[in-house]
Design a protein around this ligand. Sequence first.
Ligand code: IPE
Ligand code: IPE
Ligand code: MG
Length: 253
Amino acid sequence: MMRLGTAPAEKPRKAGLPRHVAIIMDGNGRWARSRGLPRAEGHRRGVQSIRNIVRHATDIGIEWLTVFGFSSENWSRPADEVSELMGLLKLFIRRDLNELTRGNVRVRIIGGRDNLSGDIAELLIEAEEKTVGNTGLNLVIAFNYGSRDEIARATRAIAAEVAAGRLRSEDITSDLIAARLDTAGMPDPDLIIRTSGEQRLSNFLLWQAAYAEFVFVPDYWPDFDGAAFDRAIDEYLGRERRFGGLPQKGEVI
Ligand code: IPE
Ligand code: IPE
Ligand code: MG
């Protein structure tokens, strides 16, 4: 179980802290292999890491934390691994939802819902509904998520609105597209961390990552802890973000 304590609604935030941190939690399988353990054990330890990082992000006053739990391409893994990952999601929500609720965490899920089993789809709705009034950390779980799938679903929704005469094609702006994505209403990620040494997005938040800073860390996800999170934040704080403009006045170029 998580121990979030009694999180107040508002935490004092360190200046410049990223508002939204998104994490590609990679390396569970390699963590297990390096210890001669089955991959499933790596996934189980990975869930413990999620608990630690949720608590840490709450403690330091992060507003939004997105974690990539299962991609739309992860269905191509062996059936026993897929069912292990589905089982872990169910266990996580069943065991931790009360604690998350008490810790003032608001849970949201992004990703396709159509091809999920009924019990998982219901649990996802329950997690969102039970925490809807919470005002602390926003925890976004990317599950059955892939950016291309998300953009295709949004495009179909927009096309249906145009076909029904509720929208004109000239009204399709980037803001309108953003408002039809699973992440509608959420700030874009400021910092994307990927563990395990891989340096790719693997179909994660392609649209939303337009101006994100990337930090790639060598640790496998089960080894990623609060100190590693803080190091990634420190690296982010040393970056200069320009958003296509010029450096701020007074900065050396
Ligand atoms: C991340 O660990 C968890 C998921 C993708 C579900 P992996 O299972 O990808 O671990 P590696 O990359 O094989 O080590
Ligand atoms: C990305 O990791 C998906 C998640 C972390 C859930 P993968 O392990 O699936 O990515 P690739 O296959 O190495 O690109
Ligand atoms: Mg991987």
